[in-house]
Design a protein. Structure first.
Length: 98
């Protein structure tokens, strides 16, 4: 997937509403993930992270890990799920709860 905005949306859209907005003149964007209760996560993504597919996937994985831990999922299972697919395609963590 070449478009970073599509990559971000694909990673989170099944579970959350994804809002991407330009945050700074340097090209940084703000990612806001929301559910029916409101915003569940906000993350500033720099232009360098956004333009490097490997770094962008790390940001996505970091956000997924944080969300999973907040939902009470086992961190080791979450990390295993995140590292299982070396092709960096969107990974969904449903069903990993303790």
């Amino acid at each position: 997937m070449n478009n970073p905005f599509d990559q971000i949306s694909a990673a989170f859209a099944p579970e959350y509403r994804v809002n991407l907005s330009i945050e700074r003149l340097d090209g940084s964007i703000m990612l806001t993930l929301s559910d029916d209760a409101g915003a569940v996560a906000k993350r500033l993504i720099t232009q360098a992270q956004r333009n490097d597919p490997v770094r962008l996937q790390r940001v996505i994985d970091s956000i997924r890990l944080g969300l999973a831990i907040e939902l009470g999922q086992n961190p080791l299972q979450v990390l295993a799920a995140l590292t299982r697919d070396s092709r960096h395609e969107p990974r969904h963590l449903a069903g990993l709860a303790n």
